[in-house]
Ligand binder design. Structure first.
Ligand code: ATP
Ligand code: MG
Length: 421
């Protein structure tokens, strides 16, 4: 998945330099995997992986201990640190994975040839090597043809490859959708018979794949592929057909496709729009989303309901709309309302109006409150619930223009609240 972005030209130059240094020391060395795929597609790679015949300790010797990290050394991976704008490059010794025994991790690795290293990789388009000096591609797996034809195909026997590592099923969907490719029929057929195995993948890794799928190009296709292969029933079971209707899934996929700047909370809010917040809460728990993401998704879903389905916000008291326009995810909510309207749900006039509200200056949409809790305490309002209620009441009056001064605010609070003894 894409790493933190650095200066792309510096990152590329450094990755070429790393390969050249290892080559200079007599080690067979290439760029490998996703970065080769991206280069050949004319895309800027998110990061560069180098594959080499040098063993981890030899890589450390070439670049020096202080410029390398050995966290992945047990798997043959050494991180080589570049100049700041270039970031870092993972240098992996050509390796074959020992048998997978748990559907998640190989029991170990053995060092081997470039050809065998290509064969342990997941998909042919991810199994290519490139010589960054000559531009020559080394293709042991038929990846170049598949890249040209736009096919995601498992390397080797698909059911064996998915049996080794169940996460690969989700990766297959992610790459197919993101690049607008097709899933090779045998690869697809294997997934369709093995979907249940994805349940053994950790929720965090499933969530990471979903996060990447729904936030990038091809997200509608990703959701359709998840449904059509049956993977949706495993990873988004609460909202996937048959738990939910086909229509509701299709509508959500279309709306998510229409987002401008989607993220996982926006997608979750949309997928669970019809099902409700209890279902949303169950999904968050199961996928172990962060509190921040869970909160955002609930907030966005509630906001859509409040603004799209209740009476027209343009004619309601501003105090009922302001919490949404000034809230922490107002921008995402506006994008969601716009996307819904573009797909024929809700009203584009409302959506445009709401977007305009969120763009007003901060001091207008979220003015400083007229009073603080302490000031109300000093005025004799009892602590706890009465103060809370008084603050909310005053805030509504302020936002709707009924009061404009501290004195009026305190008077309004005193008028509504029981007096302290
Ligand atoms: P992205 O653009 O998402 O980073 P990527 O292809 O670079 O795509 P990474 O997860 O960064 O994906 O992995 C780098 C390479 O390692 C892949 O291209 C693939 O060759 C190999 N690889 C990664 N994960 C697996 C896996 N689960 N099984 C087999 N090979 C894998
Ligand atoms: Mg990568």
């Amino acid at each position: 998945m894409p790493a933190i972005s650095h200066d792309p030209a510096a990152a590329r130059a450094f990755a070429a330099d790393v390969a050249l240094r290892l080559r200079g020391e007599g080690f067979e060395t290439y760029w490998a995997g996703g970065c080769v795929r991206d280069e050949l597609l004319g895309r800027t790679p998110a990061d560069y992986d180098v594959a080499t015949s040098a063993k981890p300790d030899e890589v450390r010797r070439v670049f020096g201990k202080h410029r390398t990290l050995a966290v992945g050394a047990a798997f043959g991976v050494i991180t080589v640190l570049g100049p700041k704008p270039a970031g870092q490059v993972e240098v992996a010794t050509f390796r074959a994975d020992a048998p997978y025994t748990d559907g998640r991790h190989p029991a170990g690795v053995t060092f081997c040839s470039a050809r065998e290293d290509a064969q342990r990789r997941d998909f042919t388009i991810n199994g290519l090597f490139l010589d960054p000096v000559t531009g020559e591609v080394h293709d042991f797996v038929g990846g170049r043809d598949d890249l040209a034809a736009g096919v995601v195909r498992a390397i080797g026997v698909p059911s064996m490859r998915f049996g080794e590592d169940h996460l690969r099923m989700l990766r297959a969907i992610r790459f197919t959708a993101f690049f607008g490719f097709v899933l090779d029929p045998d690869t697809r057929a294997a997934i369709e018979t093995m979907t249940h195995l994805v349940a053994s993948v950790s929720p965090e890794r499933i969530a990471a794949e979903l996060r990447a799928m729904v936030s990038r190009t091809g997200r509608r296709q990703a959701l359709e592929l998840l449904r059509d292969t049956g993977l949706a029933r495993e990873v988004l079971l609460e909202v996937a057909p048959p738990a939910s209707s086909d229509a509701s899934w299709n509508d959500a996929a279309r709306i998510i496709g229409a987002f401008d700047e989607p993220d996982l909370p926006m997608a979750m809010a949309t997928l669970a729009h019809d099902a409700g917040s209890d279902v949303l809460a169950r999904m968050h728990k199961r996928l172990r989303l962060s509190n921040h993401e869970a909160k955002a998704a609930h907030w966005i879903r509630d906001g859509v309901v409040a603004l799209d389905e209740a009476p027209d916000p343009r004619t309601r008291p501003w105090s009922t709309v302001q919490p949404w326009a000034a809230g922490p995810w107002a921008k995402q909510l506006a994008d969601g309302l716009r996307a819904r309207a573009a797909c024929g749900f809700g009203d584009s006039g409302r959506a445009a109006w709401f977007t305009a509200q969120t763009e007003r200056p901060r001091h207008e949409i979220d003015p400083v409150p007229l009073v603080t809790g302490d000031e109300l305490l000093a005025a004799g309002i009892p602590p706890g619930r009465p103060i809370g209620a008084a603050l909310a009441h005053i805030r509504s009056l302020q936002l709707d223009g009924g009061i404009t001064t501290k004195t009026e605010a305190i008077a309004a609070a005193v008028a509504m609240a029981p007096r302290a003894e």
